[in-house]
Ligand binder design. Structure first.
Ligand SMILES: [Zn+2]
Ligand SMILES: [Zn+2]
Length: 90
């Protein structure tokens, strides 16, 4: 996946990975979860548990997501807000 990203896409994904988890707010660095393959601007910052956790994660039973009452678009909104805030404050 990384090899197909251009420089601008890599920069955005790197910014996303600096953010806290968009579901549980665990501090970064976070994973960058792709909502859709090869769409590198709609990536969500997630901790390992909320991403790949077999019980809690999006790629598992999604319990953290259910507890937070969030779907991928809700989490994407949080990610973009956090990236924007980090850019403003830097
Ligand atoms: Zn999390
Ligand atoms: Zn993922």
């Amino acid at each position: 996946m990384n090899s197909k990203m251009n420089a601008a896409e890599r920069r955005w994904v790197a910014l996303v990975k600096e953010q806290p988890c968009s579901v549980c707010e665990a501090p970064g660095p976070s994973d960058a979860h792709h909502i859709k393959q090869r769409r590198h601007y709609t990536v969500v910052a997630l901790c390992k548990s909320c991403h790949q956790g077999s019980m809690m994660g999006w790629h598992g039973q999604r319990r953290a997501w259910a507890i937070a009452k969030m779907d991928e678009l809700d989490a994407l909104d949080v990610t973009i807000r956090n990236v924007n805030t980090s850019l403003i404050s830097n």
